[in-house]
Write a protein of this length. Structure first.
Length: 562
């Protein structure tokens, strides 16, 4: 939910820091006080396009940020992690911060948890966090995928939706495998002829893993055997065998130091080091002689190596690979030959699997469609009934669930789901997105939320002027419904009606002050007497009487005990 809103130099707002609570919060104030400016600021957080008019006159930029609690939103957490946008300062990612900075020239930047983000990214994130109902563009109810999701949530068949999605994925994968093999099989005979020739040729050569490197090393040794023998013999002579060897020279020095008959620890250490050096020299000589014993001229073996390496190079050039990759190329061609040889059998088997997976999907999708139709009938009746209480007598709501011919199968089933509304008696139902009146649309959205709020996925709902065109008892019913929704999720409501405002758990007042030099908007948190006076103002206008104050208090108290 939205926990904090910070606004700097936006329109006529100089500086505003607002903490928001759970439940229903109402925003009231005189017409023109700036309630719409707050919604505009939230709109920018949700991805609205910015322009230079957003920046307060005389300032270089506007800065707006909003903090959200994500403790009950694992899907949003996963989305942030997938895009490397998680909150680095919090291991549990219980908070998310969206920020927009708008420059005076109209350019803007967006940030998610301090990371630079695109406008589309904050729009996508915003759609998961806030839904605005009213004459604004952030109305997820207009989207078919959200309508389907809302119906599925109401029907409580999440497991069936997941099973259908998994079945579709399995079928889709089998379909792709079959198409891929069919494409290969289209020129199967020509390819088979070539593969058989290539594999038979390579089978005769029989290249082995790591063979090329081993052959090259052996060839280098045999080709340079004379120099190796001379070098090893000279090493043994210089280090150990000759009378003037290094080993003998060190022996003489050890004897010289030992003849000093000194108890000096440093001289003793020197003797030990020289003795250790002698040991290493003797071992080096031994290793060189062992290696020397293995060395011998073998012209025949060298010729064999030349021939083998030439064959490997020839085949490597033919197959456009490096010589040390010839073994892998041989395995790859052999595998392809085996697949094509068995392609007929594989095609038949894949086709059977494809058909089996398709039928499994269709069975699940058919069951899902049946459950959706039953849930749609129930939900339509409940929403239609709720509309009657919102001054929309005779209005009706329908959820149309149907399948196209031929079926358009998708991961979520083959249903096309549309929300249809008839706002007045005698009018044919139209798509929810085609409802013209902003006030009607807001109340229809309210009716939908009334029924589905406890199963919704979006934690914060904003209702802007949902009481437009209503009053009296209907306004009180609207407020009661909003309060009920507020018991399930966070509700922010902009209203001019005291019957609605009195129902709120929290009350914010938007004020505008004007001086000779500037106009500013501020927001106050109202408690007790302040709230009573604001409700009284909304009831009685300029002159607030004692009777009006008592009426306001009665409305507040009745709402709190309802």
């Amino acid at each position: 939910m939205l926990t904090h809103l910070s606004i700097r130099n936006f329109a006529i707002i100089d500086q505003l820091d607002l903490d928001l609570e759970e439940g229903m919060t109402t925003l009231t104030g005189e017409t023109g006080a700036g309630k719409s400016i707050l919604l505009d600021a939230i709109g920018l957080i949700l991805g609205d396009r910015a322009d230079s008019n957003n920046v307060k006159h005389g300032e270089s930029k506007s800065d707006i940020s909003a903090s959200f609690s994500l403790e009950t939103m694992p899907d949003v957490n996963d989305w942030l992690i997938d895009l490397d946008l998680e909150n680095a300062s919090n291991d549990e990612i219980s908070e998310c911060i969206i920020r927009r900075v708008i420059n005076a020239d109209g350019r803007s930047k967006a940030y998610i948890n301090g990371y630079t983000a695109t406008l589309q990214q904050i729009r996508t994130l915003g759609e998961m966090l806030i839904d605005i109902h009213g004459q604004h563009e952030h109305q997820s109810l207009m989207r078919r995928d959200i309508q389907r999701q809302m119906l599925d949530d109401f029907a409580e068949h999440k497991d069936l939706v997941n099973q259908t999605r998994d079945a579709y994925s399995t079928w889709f994968e089998a379909e792709n495998q079959l198409k891929e093999l069919e494409e290969k099989a289209s020129d199967r005979n020509e390819r088979l002829t070539l593969l058989k020739y290539q594999v038979e040729e390579l089978e005769q050569l029989d290249p082995q893993a790591n063979e090329y490197d081993e052959l090259v090393n052996e060839h280098n040794t045999l080709a340079n055997v004379d120099s190796h023998i001379a070098t090893c013999a000279a090493l043994a002579d210089a280090v150990y065998d000759s009378e003037n060897s290094i080993y003998n020279a060190i022996s003489q020095q050890i004897n010289s130091v030992a003849a000093l008959n000194s108890d000096d620890d440093q001289l003793t250490s020197l003797v030990e080091l020289l003795t250790e050096a002698q040991t290493q020299l003797a071992e080096a000589t031994s290793v060189s002689k062992i290696y020397l014993d293995k060395l011998e001229n073998d012209p025949e073996r060298l010729n064999q190596l030349d021939q083998r390496l030439n064959l490997i190079h020839d085949q490597a050039r033919k197959h456009h690979v490096e010589p040390d990759q010839l073994h892998e190329a041989f395995l790859s061609l052999s595998n392809e030959l085996e697949q094509l040889t068995n392609a007929g059998q594989s095609l038949e088997e894949l086709a059977k699997n494809r058909d089996k997976y398709k039928q499994a999907y269709l069975k699940l999708a058919k069951s899902l469609s049946s459950k959706r139709k039953k849930a749609a009938d129930t939900l339509s009746k409940q929403i239609s009934s709720a509309m009657q209480t919102l001054n929309m007598q005779g209005g009706s709501f329908e959820i149309n669930v149907e399948q196209s011919e031929p079926l358009k199968c998708a991961a979520e089933g083959f249903d096309s789901i549309d929300f249809l509304v008839s706002a007045n008696p005698g009018q044919p139902p139209k798509l929810l997105s085609k409802v013209a009146s902003g006030g009607e649309l807001a109340r229809i959205s309210l009716a939908i939320q009334m029924i589905t709020a406890n199963k919704g996925r979006i934690p914060t709902l904003i209702f802007d002027e949902v009481d437009s065109g209503v009053g009296g008892a209907t306004a009180e019913i609207v407020g009661q419904h909003l309060r009920t929704i507020g018991n399930q999720c966070q509700v922010l409501c902009v209203t001019h009606l005291p019957q609605v405002a009195a129902q709120a758990h929290h009350h914010l007042q938007v004020n505008k002050t004007t001086t000779k030099s500037e106009t500013q908007t501020s927001v106050s948190v109202l408690e007790d007497k302040q709230r009573q006076h604001e409700i009284a103002r909304m009831l009685g206008g300029v002159d607030i009487t004692e009777q009006t104050l008592n009426h306001a208090q009665e409305m507040i108290e009745r709402a709190q005990t309802a």
